[in-house]
Design a protein around this ligand. Structure first.
Ligand code: HPA
Ligand code: ZN
Length: 332
C-alpha cells in the first residue's frame, strides 16, 4: 500500500533482516519456471496469488520452499537478487545484509557456488551502479538435522564467495538454537558475524539461548522478549539489536493487527529496534512499506522513524566508513 506522504520516509536505511528467496515475486516465479522448463502446480498468476494467506510461520514456509525450487542456475539467483536490489534502492535502502538458505538449494542438487555466486554477482553490481553496500549471511535451516549445519558452513566458506555472517532460520518452535552451537563456534572462528531468528513464534528462552550459547550479536524478530522482564533488561542494557519485521508479524499472525504491534512498547523499554521486510514478496511490503505502516497504522512521528533508520545503520555490519557516510546522510 502506498500513501501520499511516503516520499518523506527516512533515507538512507539499512536492511538487516531480508531473506533473498523471500523476494521472489509471483511474476518472477512464473518466468523462472518457464525458462527452466518446469511445470508449476498453479493454473496461473492469479491462482498463485490466492495462496498468500498465511495462518502461521509454517504455512508461509511451505509456499516459500515450494516456490524457490524454480531457482536453478547461477543467473536465476542473480536475477532474483538484482530485482530485489532495484526495488529496495527505490525505497531508500543503501546497505543490505541478505540471508541466503544454502541447504534449501543444495538438497535439490544446486551447487552452493551457483547459489552464493549468483547472489554476489548482483550485490557487486549494486555496489557499482546503485551505491548499495551489502553482504551475505548464510542461514542454517533449523528444521533439518543439526549435523548438517557445519557441512553447510564449510561448503559456503569453500565456495570462495565472501560471507558476512551466519544466521539461523526456518521453523522455530521445537528447534531451539543451542543445537547449532558447533557451526556457530566455527563461524566465529572464521571471522563471521553471528545472528539468529528467535522469539518470533518461539519462547523468550530461545532468545536467551541464542545470546548465551550461540553468541549472536543480533536477534532476528525477538518480539516475544516482552514476555520476560529480565530478558528485556538484558537486551536493553547491552543494546542488542532486534531486527523487527512488522508486516511479516501481521501476515504470519504473530500479532493480530498492525495497530497492535509491540514495536512502540519495545522502543519505550529502551530496546535497540530496527525495521525490516523479512520476505517482502510474500508479505506485501518492502522496507519503505514497513516504515509507512508504522507511520499510518501506529501513528509514529517522523523523528521516531528517523531514529529507527539511525538504529538500522548503527546495528549493521557495514564498515565504519560506510556507517559514518550513511549516518551523515541521515543528518547526524
Ligand atoms: N522466520 C523463520 N524463517 C524464515 C522466515 C521467518 O520469518 N522467513 C524465511 N525463513
Ligand atoms: Zn526472517
Amino acid at each position: 500500500m502506498t500513501h501520499p506522504a511516503d516520499a518523506a520516509l527516512p533515507h538512507p536505511v539499512a536492511e538487516l533482516h531480508l531473506h533473498i528467496e523471500g523476494t521472489l515475486e509471483p511474476e518472477t516465479i512464473f518466468e523462472l519456471a518457464a525458462r527452466n522448463a518446469m511445470t508449476l502446480p498453479y493454473a496461473d498468476l492469479a491462482d498463485l496469488r490466492t495462496r498468500y494467506e498465511f495462518t502461521d510461520l509454517q504455512s508461509f514456509l511451505d509456499l516459500y520452499y515450494a516456490n524457490m525450487s524454480t531457482l536453478r542456475t547461477r543467473a536465476d539467483f542473480t536475477e532474483m537478487t538484482w530485482r530485489y536490489l532495484v526495488r529496495a534502492h527505490r525505497g531508500g535502502v543503501r546497505h543490505t545484509e541478505v540471508f541466503v538458505d544454502p541447504q534449501a538449494h543444495t538438497e535439490r542438487g544446486i551447487a552452493v557456488g551457483d547459489v552464493l555466486g549468483g547472489v554476489q554477482d548482483a550485490l557487486d553490481r549494486a555496489a557499482a551502479e546503485l551505491d548499495v553496500t551489502s553482504g551475505i549471511i548464510v542461514c542454517v535451516l533449523r528444521h533439518l538435522p543439526a549435523s548438517q549445519a557445519l557441512p553447510m558452513l564449510d561448503g559456503a566458506l569453500a565456495s570462495g564467495v565472501p560471507l558476512l555472517g551466519i544466521g539461523l532460520d526456518s521453523s522455530e518452535v521445537g528447534f531451539p538454537p543451542g543445537a547449532f552451537r558447533e557451526a556457530f563456534d566455527a563461524a566465529a572462528a572464521a571471522g563471521l558475524h553471528r545472528v539468529a531468528h528467535a522469539g518470533e513464534e518461539g519462547p523468550p528462552a530461545y532468545i536467551w539461548e541464542a545470546l548465551d550459547v550461540l553468541g549472536v550479536e543480533r536477534i532476528d524478530h525477538g518480539v516475544r522478549c516482552l514476555e520476560d522482564a529480565a530478558l528485556v533488561e538484558r537486551l536493553a542494557r547491552d543494546q542488542v539489536p532486534l531486527t523487527v519485521c512488522p508486516t511479516s508479524n501481521v501476515r504470519l499472525r504473530v500479532v493480530d493487527r498492525m495497530a497492535d504491534h509491540p514495536l512502540p512498547r519495545m522502543l519505550d523499554a529502551g530496546l535497540m529496534v530496527t525495521v525490516n521486510s523479512d520476505d517482502p514478496a510474500y508479505f506485501g511490503g518492502y522496507v519503505d512499506d514497513n516504515y509507512a505502516a508504522l507511520r499510518h497504522d501506529l501513528g509514529m512521528p517522523d523523528d521516531a522513524l528517523r531514529a529507527l533508520a539511525l538504529n538500522s545503520v548503527r546495528a549493521s555490519f557495514a564498515s565504519p566508513d560506510r556507517k559514518a557516510e550513511l549516518l551523515a546522510a541521515l543528518g547526524l
